[in-house]
Design a protein around this ligand. Sequence first.
Ligand code: BDR
Ligand code: CA
Length: 310
Amino acid sequence: MKFIIDTDPGTDDAVAILIALAHFTDEELLAITTVGGNVGVDVGTRNALRILEHANRNSIPVYKGESKPLNRDLLTAEWVHGTDGLNGVGFPEPSKSEESIGAVDYITELLKNSDEKITICVLGPMTNIGKVLNTNPELAKNIDQIIFMGGGAGFGNHTPVAEFNILVDPEAAKVVLSSGAKLVMMGLDVTHQAISTSERLNTIHETGTTTGEYLVGLMGSLADLEIVKQKFPDGTPVHDAFVTAYLVDCSLTTGEVTNVEVEVDSELTLGQTVVDTNHISGRNKNVHWMNKVDDEKLFNIITNTSKLLP
Ligand code: BDR
Ligand code: CA
């Protein structure tokens, strides 16, 4: 398997990237591409480089992506992830820079030239992938699967019905959802079922590694937000971790194949993913929508991550 991670790091993005670095080689994880989302793309790109520096994996290239959504202004989430995007967790300064070409050009060339299909893990707004597939729709056939964190069936986390990643760039999500590529959706339906409780954080802390300390910091910081505490009294979801943990063990989640569309016009429901949970739309079954999770598996993978990295 060959894959790339498209991301807006982001605390939970950082957890997802660490999982991938711990479990996959440089021959498998080809690159990290960044996008404006939780933080501006410059800060996010630097965060990707900081994470690689910590893991001694500067061999993996980082390509800076789009700074704003296809048709809209960028909406960021520093109130969740801190102005540095990593909530003050002490990843080192990067000793290298991003590559000279941009993420959209890199992904386009990769899909055109690879002799095997590529898996794309999307942890942020879908702007980069949406741009690639908008310009080159035929490249969808060179994608093995797109596993994305985004959306939810009937509820949101940024508006009553919209999840952040989809809300930021609904037009890009629409391109991806209608691309014909194989899609795996890790939405709030599964991410809200696996919580980083203090007991789980303790287990990770006890591994004694710097990575363990960083993981606890990344997952623990969000738990202090008042709005999070109201819904999750002990711990928080670790949304993006699902995407790379699924690559490690695809029995992590199960679901069903159904139709998912995104609202791009309505002011009230902008960015809502309309998931055909009852299979009544008659529309194309375009997404493997995940709705059940083995939460112990997720936290075992995260704990192992802290043991496998410095
Ligand atoms: C998603 O939004 C971002 O804030 C997180 O990094 C995650 O990708 C959760 O809604
Ligand atoms: Ca993210």
